[in-house]
Design a protein around this ligand. Structure first.
Ligand code: SF4
Length: 355
């Protein structure tokens, strides 16, 4: 029996029961595919259930306020996914009358749907004969075939896309695509690979040559860039604070943060923050205190962030200020949400308090 049929047989017996596999509703399949990019299945399940409960149809999602979507998304990271997802839902609702297009080409015309998601949705929901290639598929194909082209090089991408398409079972593409992804996620895993239980072990080049742990290959990685962020936490005489929405600033676009001074290197002192206060909030001065001498460390895939929080007890009330309870409900980066969560001092928001 060949590789593809063996995987399909394996899948029929071993597939996990996942909420998005209950039916072939393209809205649910698409939602799960967006969530599963960069996110583990166990974590995605909770978010998937919250989203489908809050927004049972693509039209419900399209009509939701972006802030509510970002709040529900909080913790999943890569927030551009949530914003693009919202844009896609609006397009499907407004231009396609709430009905997802069926082909890869049409799906890719929607904002936020790339080749992978388009192929996944069109094969799983509409039986289009197109192979998907995600991280799991790269791993399985590289190991089984012994292919050592880096999977993040253009040559590697082309090679594995062709190989994936060659292995595809044209008569049942959706099930086959799910089978190879599931197999990569549960048997041919990055570590502790279950070769002893593998149905295709006999034909696997990596197993035969002892190179399982070395494949797939990737180009050498750049280290994450350091970023120091100094957050200014204003507290006005009413006990209110101020956060602003980040616009067009790359990471965390659309989320709310305290005013942030970002720099590529260490080094900040109280005098500089004091001098900044009237420039940031005209007419204001205030007592400045550093809240954490040790920075809060937060890692993103391409950034290593070290954050300091400075409390600024400003003299005058802040126009557009939020109560701490209102502020905490705004969509914000995890780094900020954790800071709010750890803020247990009942006097912190009292303007007369001195840390
Ligand atoms: Fe993957 Fe091991 Fe099976 Fe090869 S033998 S396909 S490395 S699980």
């Amino acid at each position: 029996m060949d590789f593809s049929k063996q995987l399909l047989n394996w899948y029929h017996v071993h597939q996990r029961e996942l909420p998005w596999r209950q039916n072939k509703d393209p809205y649910r399949v698409w939602l799960s595919e967006v969530m599963l990019q960069q996110t583990r299945v166990a974590q995605a399940i909770d978010y998937f259930e919250s989203f489908t409960r809050a927004y049972p149809t693509v039209a419900d999602l399209a009509h939701a306020p972006e802030e509510a979507i970002l709040k529900l998304w909080q913790g999943l990271g890569y927030y551009s996914r949530a914003r693009n997802m919202h844009a896609t839902a609006k397009q499907v609702t407004d231009k396609f009358n709430g009905v997802f297009p069926q082909t890869t080409e049409e799906l890719m015309k929607l904002k936020g749907i790339g080749p992978y998601t388009a192929r996944a949705v069109s094969s799983i929901c509409f039986d289009s004969p197109v192979a998907v290639v995600d991280g799991n598929v790269y791993r399985v194909l590289a190991r089984y075939s012994g292919g050592d082209l880096p999977i993040d090089s253009s040559q590697g991408v082309r090679h594995f896309a062709e190989l994936a398409q060659r292995f595809l079972i044209q008569t049942d593409p959706g099930t086959y695509n799910q089978a190879i992804m599931e197999f990569g996620a549960t048997v041919c895993t990055p570590k502790n690979t279950l070769c002893a239980q593998c149905p295709v072990q006999a034909g696997c080049v990596a197993y035969a040559t002892g190179t399982v742990a070395e494949l797939p290959k990737k180009s050498p990685k750049k280290p994450p860039q350091p970023l120091w962020i100094h957050y200014l936490v204003p507290v006005d005489p009413l006990g209110n604070t101020l956060l602003t929405q980040r616009k067009g600033l790359g990471i965390w676009e659309g989320l709310y943060t305290f005013f942030a001074i970002e720099q590529q290197s260490e080094g900040m002192d109280q005098k500089r923050i004091e001098a900044e206060v009237p420039l940031i909030w005209p007419g204001q001065t205030g007592a400045v205190s550093l809240l954490n001498t040790e920075p809060v460390v937060h890692r993103l895939s391409h950034r290593l962030i070290r954050a300091h929080f400075w409390r600024v007890a400003v003299k005058n009330s802040l126009p557009g200020g939020y109560t701490p309870t209102e502020a905490e409900k705004l969509p914000m980066p995890v780094l900020m949400a954790e800071w709010f969560g750890a803020q247990k001092n009942p006097y912190f928001w009292d303007s007369n308090y001195t840390p």
